[in-house]
Design a protein. Sequence first.
Length: 478
Amino acid sequence: MTDKFRVRFAPSPTGELHVGNARTALFNWMFARHHKGTFILRIEDTDETRSALAYQVNLLSDLQWLGLDWDEGPHKGGAYGPYKQSERLAIYAEHLKKLEKANLVYPCYCTEEELEEERQALILSKRMPRYLGKCRDLTAKQRREKEAAGRKPSFRFKVPELIIEFTDLIRGTMKFDSAAIGDFIIVRSNGMPAYNFAVVIDDFLMDITHVIRGEDHLSNTALQIMLYQAFGFMPPVFAHHSLILGRDRAKLSKRHGSVSVGEFRSQGILPAALMNYLGLLGSSFTEAREILNREEMIADFSLERASKSGAVFSEEKLRWLNAVYIRQSSADDLLEMLHPFLKEAGIDTSLLNVDKLNPIIDLVKNDITTLAEIGSNINIFFDEKYSMSSEAKHVLEKEGALNVVKTFAAYLQETNAADSDLYPAGIKYVKEKTGAGGRDLFMPIRAALTGKVHGPELDKIFALIGKDATLKRIKAIL
RNA sequence: GGUCCCAUCGUCUAGUGGUUAGGACGCUGGCCUCUCACGCCGGAGACAGGAGUUCAACUCUCCUUGGGACUACCA
């Protein structure tokens, strides 16, 4: 095996970054960092109709948000560039020529309609749908005729007859019979390289040592190995990890709900929590715990611990992890991430100073699962956001409830106790004066103070709201 | 249909021939003298089935069953 470690994440910018791809990126990144190797980002944008610059921009920002920094790639450069396939077209053309010269490739003039017909016919006759090599033995004259008729050829690789064998780092020995594989297209009729062709060339030229990717590429590997052999290239080590599944155990897709990094980001999932969860999914760490920061994950990462079977994505567990991360975060760090969510909740953070906001966040962070929940939990601390829920109203309608609230207000107005004593002394006073205790004592005060029946400890709430606001709120009720 | 991959609680997993099959999420009972949450203590919950190999199989082999991926001029 190699003592050098160069791995890559090679997404195509044709949509939002899917958590499955993010996990592949994470595995590659952890592998590189663990082995003090190089993590390369390559953009596979050879599908002109599906690729969009906006997706690429999005992709890079999602990766950065997750903290998956690359050593070579867009915005970063490197000795093996360019790192966008659309900028490497000359390289692919040159390699096509090599194969042509070796007589390992031929032009195919079939139209997509013709190919589709052939495919359907094969399916109907219950045979394997694959290209049968119609254009493989065209004469020079026949080719000239097709060209003259205005047909642009694609180029197909002449699949040799052999058994392809390779060792997968996660799955062990893999064996494929090329008889089941039809001559496949390596360059499309529009001149763009096809996936299997471009990856092989790029992975070799970029000196990739380990290809870590999803199980969905397992059968592609056979085609790619044939190409490595045709070029006389030394293939890298392959490792195919399992896929992320939806509830129904089918490959996780949009119909299963939220699947993109961007969606979780806007729902208020912390990048560290998503990273941690993705690292845990379909894998495990040797540590007996499940909450690990990035350094711990890197230190403990091993492909040997990657599971071979697919893993169902559990949003429940992600949310649990997220809540843990929120609770563990400092108010300063949270505030940074909370900005867009506070804004959305209609709270103008620019008007508030950190000294006031931080203690509130420190209290509220214990009650939220995602950052997006901040609004409904923080409202009780702002007079202009204060509102009475129907449950709270109900509490105040109970026998004696209003009297408790009134007595509390009366105490606050008359006392000259120090601020820190206000709440405990007030409660004691109300208890003695009204005889109320437990639920009957605290719930009316909670309802009056916050307009809600749930929330953090009352003494802490009171300390943050203060005497004046409390009196104002009670007056509004009476 | 063909090729390939996979199989431990509902879910994610530990386990590498001898264990009361462990943990986490979720569910659930109790405790924390206001609620919700947190936390703590407890509970229910799994080796898909069948043959072998072996003194001994969750663990090794084979078959069955079940699930999945691929089968594009997408990656």
